[in-house]
Design a binder for this molecule. Structure first.
Ligand code: SF4
Length: 151
C-alpha cells in the first residue's frame, strides 16, 4: 500500500450513471467498509480534493462540468473512473448522448471496471490512486524545488 503522508480527500461526481456505482461509492463510507478510518474524506469542494472519483459516462452536457471540476482541483491530483460506464461508456456506450468514458473529458489515472463496481474494487482503485498521487507529489515537489533553485 502506498505511504500516505496526508489524509487524502475525495471528490465524487456522478456523470451519467444509473446510480448503481454511486450507491457502491457511498457503501465505502458506511461502517462495513468505513474508509474514513484511513483518513479518506469525501468532500464536496474540488478545491479541497486530491482524488476525483467519477461514476457514469461522459455526455455533451457534463463534459464541461467534469473538466471544470478537474481544473478547480489543486495539483497534484488523480482521477479514478469507477464502473464500466466511467471507463468506456459501458452499457450506455451506444446511446445517442454518450461520448464515452471519463477519459473523453479529462486524463484518468485509475480505471475500476465492474457493473456495478464493488466497494472492494473501489477501495482497491483508491489505494492505487494513492500510489499515483504519491508519485505525482514527489515530481511536483522536485519541480518546485528546481524552480526555487533556478531563481
Ligand atoms: S457501471 Fe453499471 S452500475 Fe455503474 S453506472 Fe454503469 S450501468 Fe450503473
Amino acid at each position: 500500500m502506498a505511504k500516505i503522508t496526508k489524509s487524502p480527500w475525495l471528490l465524487h461526481y456522478d456523470g451519467s450513471s444509473c446510480n448503481g456505482c454511486d450507491i457502491e461509492v457511498l457503501a465505502c463510507l458506511t461502517p462495513v467498509y468505513d474508509v474514513e478510518r484511513f483518513g479518506i474524506i469525501n468532500t464536496g469542494n474540488p478545491k479541497h480534493a486530491d482524488i476525483f472519483l467519477v461514476t457514469g459516462g461522459i455526455n455533451e452536457k457534463n463534459k464541461a462540468v467534469v473538466k471544470q471540476l478537474y481544473d478547480q482541483m489543486p495539483e497534484p491530483k488523480v482521477v479514478v473512473a469507477v464502473g464500466i460506464c466511467a471507463c468506456n461508456g459501458g452499457v450506455f456506450k451506444d446511446a445517442y448522448n454518450i461520448i464515452g468514458g471519463v477519459d473523453k473529458a479529462i486524463p484518468v489515472d485509475v480505471y475500476v471496471p465492474g457493473c456495478a463496481a464493488r466497494p472492494e474494487a473501489i477501495i482497491d482503485g483508491v489505494v492505487k490512486a494513492l500510489g499515483v498521487l504519491d508519485e505525482k507529489q514527489k515530481a511536483f515537489k522536485a519541480a518546485k524545488k528546481q524552480k526555487g533553485e533556478n531563481k
